[in-house]
Design a binder for this molecule. Structure first.
Ligand code: GN1
Ligand code: MG
Length: 363
């Protein structure tokens, strides 16, 4: 990592205000490096990020997308007469040259305003889940009138299940880290579900399912709340892109409705929390109902299984490849993550009838 002076010199490339004296690690993402930038009074003023350009290879497109999304939301909020808009949508700072990011010859950097008097949560309760459902539904709804082509796919085929299986098959065929024998049973578990998990791609080809703008990383910690627990805004906009609608309910169920951790060592901890699922779905339907088709509504619980399956496939692919994508914190971390996601998938499958029945209220 950089020295403080190097970081402050990067900060000085942007159109900031005030006397900024420190930049320290912030948050717990798997992909980018995030820092909080504080002033002499110790107040956090900005968030500085080094973009992982091995993953987001088209930084220009990435930053253009984020600019389009935040500008669009800002316009909607202004038209509605909202106040305090700087806390209700992220504000990115241009560089002194007027660009949306700064390249230091090695890394790409961007900076946004820190949202004062805000907080986020790592643990989900049914109340938070309901608020999160409303927030992500509202987010999708605000972006639903973006013209086709307004946003690029920052990671092409990001939540395309057929593509993720193709990458998985390539990893299995190459067996680059020699780990295949160890994971045979998991490979079989994935293969046996492969066809059933590619429904969206099939419906899209048949012309009965359209693409929408999705957030694609709908974790509870990607929502900022004010001091009274009211939602301010949705953050982490890297993966906002056109795709299939189940992403945004699916990834919340995967991350929020898990009674254990994403990488839980104790698989007994991992199960679906039905109250969280129901609360999210209620909130989400309040704000998303207007743009969803009956077919999409029927598929919402399947979205939880799909995104959990997809993450199982992605973690296992990375383990087989020798840990080239996700940051790991122990040698078998990706295997542990795979096992925990697979356990969650089995729990979601066992609860599928109850989850499906829950949707009848809206059909
Ligand atoms: C990555 O860095 P983070 O936690 O926001 C990943 C998501 C995965 C997630 C798994 C760009 O997100 O797709 O679901 O890890 N983001 C990217 O925890 O691959
Ligand atoms: Mg993220």
């Amino acid at each position: 990592m950089k020295t403080l002076n190097e970081l402050l010199s990067i900060v000085s490339q942007f159109q900031t205000e005030g006397n900024l004296v420190a930049a320290e690690p912030f948050g717990n993402g798997h992909i980018n490096d995030t820092l909080k930038v504080t002033d002499a009074d110790g107040e956090i003023k900005y968030v500085l990020q080094r973009i992982n350009h091995l993953i987001f290879t088209n930084v220009e497109m990435l930053q253009n997308n984020i600019h389009t999304v935040t500008t669009h939301i800002r316009e909607i909020l202004e038209a509605k007469g909202e106040t305090d808009i700087d806390r209700k949508v992220l504000t990115f700072l241009p560089t002194k040259e007027g660009l949306l990011y700064y390249f230091d010859g090695e890394s790409y950097w961007r900076m946004c305003l820190f949202i004062p008097r805000s907080k986020s949560f790592e643990e989900v309760t049914p109340e938070l889940s309901y608020e999160a459902g409303k927030a992500f539904g509202e987010f999708q709804s605000m972006l639903s009138d973006l013209p086709a082509g307004a946003l690029g796919e920052t990671i092409p085929n990001f939540h395309n299940m057929e593509f993720r299986l193709q990458q998985f098959h390539e990893a299995v065929a190459a067996n680059a880290a020699g780990r295949l024998d160890e994971v045979k049973e998991l490979v079989d578990a994935i293969e046996s579900r492969a066809e059933a998990m590619c429904i969206q791609e099939k419906l899209y080809r048949e012309g009965t399912l359209e693409k929408r703008t999705n957030h694609c990383d709908t974790k509870v910690n990607n929502i900022m709340f004010d001091e009274d627990g009211k939602v301010l805004c949705v953050i982490d906009l890297d993966t906002v892109m056109p795709g299939f609608v189940l992403s945004d309910i699916g990834d919340f169920i995967r991350t929020g409705a898990n009674t254990g951790a994403e990488d839980d060592e104790n698989l007994d901890n991992v199960n679906v929390n039905m109250e969280i699922f129901k609360a999210y779905t209620r909130g989400y339907m309040e704000t998303a109902k207007a743009f969803l088709t009956p077919q999409e509504i029927t598929l919402l619980p399947y979205g939880g299984r799909l995104l959990t399956y997809m993450q199982t496939v992605r973690f296992l692919t990375d383990y087989i490849n020798g840990d080239t994508y996700y940051k790991i914190h122990s040698p078998k971390h990706n295997l542990q993550r795979t096992l925990a996601q697979y356990k969650l998938l089995q729990s979601l499958e066992a609860n599928a009838p109850e989850m499906d029945a829950f949707m009848s209220e809206w059909l």
